[in-house]
Design a binder for this molecule. Structure first.
Ligand SMILES: [Zn+2]
Ligand SMILES: [Zn+2]
Length: 123
């Protein structure tokens, strides 16, 4: 691979099990993509400073991205608190869906009209 690789790890939590995990993201062509996910101890992640990393972008998963290590869901939701959770705990009601942030407990209503996509969307 040519060039310098710009990659970092951001913290996420499984919205189904509320366990923490890390998402490895990599900058490609001005956007961030998700390349890997792994379970992580929350205290260790804080020590490493992972919880301070933030990112903006579409964060599309690359081919082979394993999804949430706790429930296998590929998608994620970003809450108003800026923390990320997997979409595994999303309650899908058809034309709307509900997500409870595993970080702050906030309930978010997701609208299908907003382009909500459980399998790979973001908010
Ligand atoms: Zn999960
Ligand atoms: Zn939140």
């Amino acid at each position: 691979m040519a060039g310098r690789l710009n990659a970092k790890v951001i913290m996420a939590k499984c919205s189904k099990t509320r366990k923490a995990y890390g998402i490895r993201i990599e900058q490609r062509g001005g956007d961030w993509v998700r390349t890997w996910a792994f379970p992580i101890d929350e205290r260790k992640a804080k020590r490493e400073g992972f919880d301070a990393n933030t990112v903006s972008g579409s964060m599309e998963p690359v081919d082979g991205y394993p999804g949430c290590p706790h429930c296998g869901n590929i998608g994620f939701v970003q809450c108003g608190c800026e923390k990320i959770g997997c979409a595994g705990g999303v309650q899908d009601y058809g034309d709307s869906a509900e997500y409870t942030c595993p970080w702050c407990g906030e309930e978010i209503e997701l609208q299908a009209a907003d382009g909500f996509d459980v399998s790979g969307g973001n908010l």
